[in-house]
Design a binder for this molecule. Structure first.
Ligand code: NAP
Length: 258
């Protein structure tokens, strides 16, 4: 039994991607538009969203620029969407930022910003959309986390805990709202070449393109998975590491990351 209702046909599906201006979100938006979905695109840089929207028929794309940390802007965008579409089949909370941070360069302001975007923003999205989705008994939410949330990693002092919290949030949400007819997906990418990872100064194992990531996400939806993780050759190894006792885990991660 799949954990979510498999989605194989995207024709006419109404999808809101928050964090659609670059990277994985932009690629996912393009793939879904090509598959016949109706898309609402959100991020702060409206000009990037507009230029993507211009590639597709106007009736299929709505551009709703916003800062995901702004609760009022989220509510207003959701009202616009409800009026225009009468509902929404899938909301993808993709927005994210990354600042490498370790115990030796902890920056409280940057930490608060990261957690606002990664953790508080998904909660604000939930508060905004859940009452309507629950009333309709249909639709769903996909929260984007990362394999960096599986266990503690060096130089991930704030990003990692934020992602771990989103994994936990998606699990809790699934348990609560799946029985009420909603879908909940957890998307855990490995390394994907995007503006976010361009700043990494270390070799990124099993790096894939944003287009490949978008196709992996669609495959996960088609299989009705709860956790959509990719690329499997990388994420399966990390899943094994997750099972190790601390003594072994710390020794291995130290060796790999030194
Ligand atoms: N790339 C990877 O290897 C990787 C691995 C694991 C997880 N992830 C996760 O995947 C998601 C997408 O990342 P990406 O790699 O595609 O990075 P990206 O290209 O930098 O995309 C991030 C997106 O989030 C939007 N965003 C950031 N802050 C926002 C805010 N305050 N309000 C609204 N939108 C905001 C950005 O648009 P604006 O700047 O225009 O607002 C952009 O569209 C992130 O959650 C990231 O943590 C990525």
């Amino acid at each position: 039994m799949p954990l979510n209702t498999p989605i194989r046909d995207w024709t006419g599906k109404r999808v809101w991607i928050i964090g659609a201006s670059t990277g994985i979100g932009a690629s996912l938006a393009r793939v879904l538009l090509q598959a016949g979905s109706r898309l609402a695109l959100s991020a702060r840089r409206g000009e990037l969203l507009q230029s993507m929207a211009a590639e597709f028929p106007a009736e299929n794309v709505a551009v709703l620029p916003l800062d995901v940390t702004d609760g009022d802007a989220l509510k207003s965008a959701w009202r616009t969407l409800r009026d225009r579409w009468g509902g929404c089949d899938l909301i993808v909370v993709m927005a994210g930022d990354y600042v490498p941070m370790s115990s030796f360069n902890l920056d409280q302001q940057a930490a608060e910003h990261l957690l606002r975007v990664k953790l508080h923003a998904p909660l604000q999205v939930l508060e905004c959309v859940l009452p309507d989705l629950l009333a309709a008994g249909a639709g769903g939410l996909a929260l984007v986390s990362s394999v960096a949330g599986y266990r503690g990693l060096p130089r991930s002092l704030v990003y990692g805990p934020g992602k771990a919290a989103v994994i936990n949030l998606a699990e809790s949400l699934y348990l609560e709202v799946r029985p009420r007819g909603l879908g909940v997906w957890l998307i855990n990418p490995g390394f994907v070449a995007t503006p976010l990872t361009a700043q990494n100064d270390f070799p990124m194992p099993c790096l894939i393109t944003a287009e490949e990531a978008a196709r992996e996400i669609l495959r996960g939806f088609a299989r009705g998975e709860f956790e959509i993780h990719f690329p499997k050759r990388f994420t399966r190894t990390l899943k094994l590491l997750r099972l190790l006792p601390y003594r072994l885990y710390f020794a291995l991660v130290r060796r790999i990351t030194q």
